[in-house]
Design a protein around this ligand. Structure first.
Ligand SMILES: [Fe+2]
Length: 169
């Protein structure tokens, strides 16, 4: 879990740094608060830790909360963030934005990425994250990419035919 998220306690803005100069960002005239993700459930009635499951050869499904978190305008999951390493070991991430009209879950293709951690952000209860090594340790690795499938079909054999293949080599 290396991605840092900041929160404005006044307006609720949440940001991350694409490049870090070391300066604390400001919002609404004051310093934003660095959020340390919670990694175990608290005593809230709602559950917040992302539950990550492999649902296909290269797909993972993320549900926020072992029981689905509420999705009401005043209290909902605003985003899921998948932190990964690429085939060269670089850290990166994918955001999935959620609205109160959505379920608190998403499904993404993991071709050519090694998922390291999954975050979920609740607008009331803050940032939560799980180390993915604990929950999807058999996730597809770059070295497992099926090049024969890529070469013959132009895709990875992904369960979602709309997904492009992101070559590792
Ligand atoms: Fe919550």
């Amino acid at each position: 879990m290396t991605t840092q998220f900041y929160h404005c306690p006044v307006c609720g803005n949440v940001i991350t740094k694409l490049s870090d100069s070391g300066v604390v960002p400001h919002c609404c005239g004051q310093e934003m608060e660095l959020m340390v993700p919670k990694t175990s459930e608290a005593t809230y009635a709602e559950k917040h830790l992302p539950v990550v499951k492999k649902v296909g050869s290269c797909l993972i499904n993320v549900k926020v909360g072992s029981t689905p978190h509420p999705m009401m305008p005043e209290h909902h999951i605003q985003f899921v963030y998948i932190e990964f390493r690429d085939c060269d070991g670089h850290i990166g991430g994918r955001f999935v934005r959620l609205t109160p009209d959505d379920s608190p879950e998403c499904t993404i293709c993991t071709c050519s990425i090694n998922v390291e951690a999954v975050y979920g952000y609740c607008n009331v209860h803050g940032l939560w994250a799980v180390d993915c090594a604990d929950v999807c340790g058999d996730n597809q690795k770059c070295s497992d990419a099926d090049n024969s499938v890529k070469d013959s079909a132009g895709s990875c054999g992904c369960d979602n035919p709309q997904q492009a293949y992101y070559a590792c080599d």
